[in-house]
Design a protein around this ligand. Structure first.
Ligand code: NAD
Length: 364
């Protein structure tokens, strides 16, 4: 029976990388019934909103989506479609594996870290008060009256909120993930020394949750130190659980440790619902050039296959991708930094090469 999946092509490089991922997924022999849903600028032009209700309805119905990146206007314009989707569908866990594949030029050869990022709250939730608005002034006055702290009247404010409920949920998710994926350690990333009521709460909840999982080692690290440790000695980390903003930054940092955003997949997971997307954004300057690396999106497809209950096929697809990387021929510019232009593959060439590997595997 075909798997019903909502397909969001995104914008910028999104359509190219999702097409490549869709082609290799179909080449596995698993059947998909794709339901196309537009978001961002394309939806704005067609339906007058960057995030039509149909997108939510489609994902709620199908329970699974494969999503390309979507541009978020900087500073002004519509708010992030990505954040709205995660919040609207309560996709509370962002899972981002950063794994070394032989053949990828990278700083390290033996990294295997999974970032589990809280996906709904924290500074990233986008609860903001614009400079000069009456409600901003009200909030500034309230802070002065209740805390005695002065916030300048010409300030903009973004709220950092961290709840016990959502901290408990994400840390439990990280430990459950550790158990089901035979992982040994969970590290909580925080800045509880400074933000005692938000990160401090996250940490105290993490310590409580850890007691329920005596089979998994638990430790915590202050975020600034953790960044240094990640760069110097990443092999010491296994699963990293973090509030939203630190998790966002740590996942790009860890992608950099294993060869860059071109090889960093991801999933946004809620209760009974999941949206698979690469860590990278829409890289607008490369849009439409058949140039960028589709492997991050393909590996997100591997995660989707696992989620859909197709673990053997997921393994086969991951192996085909790993073989193409190891062979070193059909790779995009980011994985061949010193190769001459005529030896660099385009986005669709990488998909062709992975499909060939799958076909060779099928005929064996
Ligand atoms: P980006 O991830 O789009 O690109 C940063 C750089 O990383 C690119 O210039 C490129 O050099 C490299 N890169 C990214 N993807 C690559 C790939 N597949 N292959 C090879 N190299 C790749 O980050 P940005 O430039 O900060 O963001 C661009 C837009 O994307 C912004 O509007 C941002 O808000 C949005 N964004 C969306 C998502 C999402 O949809 N989930 C995630 C992150 C950023």
């Amino acid at each position: 029976m075909a798997h019903n999946v909502t397909l969001i092509r995104g914008d910028g490089i999104g359509p190219e990388v999702t097409e490549a991922a869709k082609r290799v997924l179909e080449a596995t022999g698993v059947e998909f019934q794709w339901e196309l849903a537009h978001v961002g600028d394309a939806a704005q032009d067609l339906f007058g909103t960057p995030l039509p209700d149909f997108v939510f309805e489609s994902i709620k119905k199908n329970k699974v989506a494969l999503k390309g990146p979507v541009t978020t206007p900087v500073g002004s314009g519509f708010r992030s479609v990505n954040v709205a989707l995660r919040k609207g569908l309560e996709l509370y866990a962002c899972v981002r594996p950063c794994k070394s594949y032989p053949g990828v030029p990278s700083l390290y050869k033996d990294v295997d870290i999974v970032i589990v990022r809280e996906n709904i709250e924290d500074l990233y939730a986008g609860i903001e008060f614009a400079k000069g608005n009456p409600e901003t002034e009200k909030l500034i006055k309230l802070v002065k009256e209740t805390k005695g702290d002065t916030i300048l009247m010409d300030s903009g404010i973004s709220l950092k909120t961290i709840s016990e409920t959502r901290s408990e949920r994400i840390v439990s998710f990280a430990f459950e993930y550790a158990r089901t994926h035979q992982r040994k350690k969970v590290t909580a990333m925080h800045k509880a020394n400074i933000m005692k009521f938000s990160d401090g709460l996250f940490l105290s909840v993490a310590r409580e949750v850890a007691k329920r999982y005596p089979d998994i080692e638990f430790e915590d690290r202050i975020a600034d130190n953790m960044n240094m440790q990640l760069v110097k000695n990443p092999q010491q980390f296994d699963i990293v659980v973090a509030p939203n903003l630190y998790g966002d930054m740590a996942s790009d940092l860890c992608a950099g440790l294993v060869g860059g955003l071109g090889v960093a997949p991801g999933a946004n997971i809620g209760d009974g619902i999941a949206v698979f997307e690469a860590t990278h954004g829409s890289a607008p300057k490369y849009a439409g050039q058949n140039k960028v690396n589709p492997i991050a999106m393909m590996l997100s497809g591997v995660m989707m296959l696992q989620h859909l209950g197709e673990p053997k096929v997921a393994k086969r697809l991951e192996k085909a991708i790993a073989d193409v990387i190891a062979e070193g021929k059909a790779l995009t510019y980011d994985l061949k930094p010193s190769a001459p232009a005529d030896q660099i593959a385009g986005t669709s060439d990488v998909a062709d090469a992975v499909i060939k590997k799958l076909e060779a595997d099928n005929s064996r």
